[in-house]
Design a protein around this ligand. Structure first.
Ligand code: NDP
Length: 616
């Protein structure tokens, strides 16, 4: 008994998925295992169809001459429809009156619209039609949460983001009130299908964040002021909140030598970044469909830096120079980040529209300067934002921590560092090493995909991260705390819990975004969205909507606890971090709602808590 009914090369009638229309197609191959035919439509589209969705031409012609109601493609409405057209193929047939002809034209247009809609639905909800997908095309009930990753395969083939956008722009996709059958077919999909959520090529940013022009103007002064306030406070014997530190003399803030050391550090990291070691990967598609390439060698840069520091220590170079000139280093980094931001803004004025950041193209100088006008500023293949995100500041942070540890030992004449200092150094070292080890994951974060590179990130990466995140270690040098081993063990356990949540949530999402077909993710369910990407609803992302933030906040608490409870200053990080992530979460929700429309709302219904289960 033949296992297949149609031979390769045979011209047959194939049902257009998601519709009741049949078109002339040619069989190109057959999958014995999946029992699916690959067929080619006249417009070149290739799809896999079940045998039940294919008819021989003769049987189809025979049916056509039969009662109209018996054919699946005939509808009860008065309009008739040619079933033997491939999309766009002109109708042949009898002559019509002018009104009939007009009606026919309308009909034809609608057929094309429906076909496009069907293509859209196909691209959005499936790919290589599997049993599930075929059911969906046929309007049969099916669970809307899937762990079927086949959609991504076809998605890659058809470049759906652009394709969908083109189709959406070309055709007005409205639900047809008069078309009940169609409504039935799409009723389930409409839950997820929003006509708007496709990300457009960046135009003007209309919704301003961070308090708009006034807010961003103030932040440009407020952020550096906060850093200097915190560092000055930390140097005081009594760093109570209301014990304001005296302002230092201006000339004491600047030291050319310190600035030279900072520049040396920055350019050394740039050299490490340029080394041709480590794999090269592609980032997520940009709005024009292009993918940028990134070299993943942050961990190598860290190893080389560690070796360089080792050599310096061997040569008895005093690393606590950093501690002694901490404020001057912060001023140098701030001056450099300001100069870098000005350069970034000036060069962004010449950048093509499509290379501007979705969130930093308001047309207001201050706003765009702050949030970053250009999405991925590059000098040749040197990606300035990507480099600054993980190298000079992040690696600088652990070097500063080490300098604080050495300073503590020297100042307090210790043969070994305090337990508190060891915990702070170890926890934060783990965090930095993790970020560098999983460097690739940064390519799917908001910083890379949405935010431009301007003052916010330049200052954040080069000043805020290294000088504020090392506050606990800096604090411990001047305010030693003794903690017991059981307390240290409890804090370590807390950090491990936070790290576990943080890492597994980030990896789960990152792996899912990179390769949804990964067998390791087969047990996860997701909601399909109109962009072709899915939203995970089980695993960590079904627990809360930002499990990675939850883990990060737990770790932040663990970093502050070794500093004891004498002052609130070392808890600045965890307080600020909760505010940052709550705000960031709101921004991300807003973007996701725009991107995914109803699918996002459905996700929010399914996963009601944002960061803290049963609290927020
Ligand atoms: P996330 O890694 O949380 O990414 C958010 C994006 O994930 C969304 O825009 C969406 O993007 C995607 N997403 C959301 N929900 C789902 C879902 N259910 N299924 C699949 N994808 C989903 O963004 P961040 O860049 O804010 O954070 C990255 C990490 O960096 C976090 O661990 C955070 O804690 C940490 N971080 C640390 C900071 C620090 O200073 N230490 C500062 C900021 C962040 P899409 O659908 O387009 O893929």
């Amino acid at each position: 008994m033949p296992s297949r009914k149609f031979a390769d090369g045979e011209v047959v009638m194939g049902r257009w998925p998601g519709s009741v229309l049949y078109y002339e197609v040619q069989v190109t191959s057959y999958d014995d295992v999946a029992h699916l035919y690959t067929v080619k439509y006249k417009d070149g589209t290739e799809l896999a169809l079940k045998e039940s969705d294919i008819r021989s031409q003769s049987s189809f012609k025979h049916r056509k001459s039969q009662s109209s109601s018996s054919s699946p493609s005939r509808r009860s409405s008065s309009r008739s429809r040619s079933r033997s057209r491939s999309p766009g193929r002109p109708a042949k047939g009898r002559r019509r009156s002018a009104s009939q002809s007009r009606e026919h034209k309308d009909d034809k247009k609608k057929t094309i619209q429906e076909t496009s809609l069907a293509l859209l639905v196909l691209v959005l909800f499936a790919g290589k039609p599997s049993e599930n997908n075929t059911k969906r095309y046929n309007g049969e009930p099916e669970s809307t949460e899937k762990n079927d990753t086949s959609c991504i395969m076809l998605e890659q083939k058809l470049k759906p983001d652009l394709e969908i956008k083109r189709v959406l722009e070309q055709y007005s996709l409205r639900s047809r009130k008069d078309d009940k059958k169609k409504e039935e077919i799409y009723s389930e999909k409409k839950t997820f299908m929003a006509v708007k959520p496709i990300e457009k090529v960046p135009t003007k940013t209309k919704e301003l964040e961070f308090g708009g022009r006034i807010g961003t103007f103030m932040l440009i002064f407020f952020l550096p002021a906060t850093v200097f306030y915190l560092l000055l406070m930390c140097k005081q014997d009594d760093p109570s909140l209301l014990n304001f530190p005296p302002l230092p003399a201006l000339e004491s803030l600047w030291d050319g030598r310190v600035f030279g050391v900072f520049l040396l550090w920055f350019f050394l990291q740039a050299v490490f970044y340029l080394l041709p070691v480590g794999k090269v990967v592609e980032g997520l598609p940009l709005s024009n469909g292009r993918k940028l390439q990134y070299r993943i060698n942050g961990f190598y840069a860290f190893i080389l830096t560690a070796a360089a520091i080792g050599v310096l220590l061997y040569l008895q170079v005093e690393l606590h120079y950093l501690y002694d000139h901490f404020m001057q280093f912060a001023v140098s980094a701030a001056a450099f980040s300001l100069a870098l931001s000005i350069y970034l803004y000036v060069r962004s004025l010449k950048a093509p529209e499509e290379e501007l950041a979705p969130g930093g193209n308001s047309g207001y100088f201050i706003y765009d300067f702050f949030t970053g006008h250009e999405l991925n500023p590059r000098i040749g293949s040197f990606d300035l934002k990507y480099f600054c995100e993980l190298r000079p500041g992040l690696i600088g942070w652990v070097v500063i921590n080490l300098a604080m540890l050495l300073a503590e030992m020297k100042i307090h004449n210790l043969s070994v560092p305090s337990l508190s200092m060891i915990l702070v150094n170890s926890f934060q070292l783990l965090y930095v090493v993790d970020a560098l080890w999983n460097e690739e994951a940064i390519l799917t974060t908001m910083d890379i995909t949405h935010d431009g590179f301007g003052f916010m990130l330049a200052f954040g990466d080069l000043v805020w991260v290294p000088f504020v995140y090392s506050l606990q270690a800096f604090y411990l040098v001047g305010h030693p705390i003794t903690i017991t081993w059981p307390v240290a063990a409890a804090i370590t356990a807390l950090n491990c819990v936070g790290y576990y949540i943080f890492r597994s949530a980030n990896s789960q999402k990152n792996n899912f975004r990179r390769n949804p077909a990964d067998p390791k993710l087969a047990n996860l369910k997701f909601i399909p969205t109109a962009t072709g990407k899915g939203l995970l609803v089980t695993g960590w992302w079904g627990f809360v909507r930002h499990p990675n933030y939850l883990g990060d906040i737990i770790m932040a608490l663990a970093w502050s606890l070794p500093c004891g409870f004498n002052h609130i200053l070392p808890y600045f990080y965890v307080i600020y971090f909760i505010c940052l992530l709550v705000h960031r979460e709101a921004r991300d929700e807003h973007h996701c709602k725009q991107k995914y429309g109803l699918a996002w709302e459905r996700y929010c219904q399914r996963v009601p808590y944002r960061i803290f289960p049963y609290i927020y």
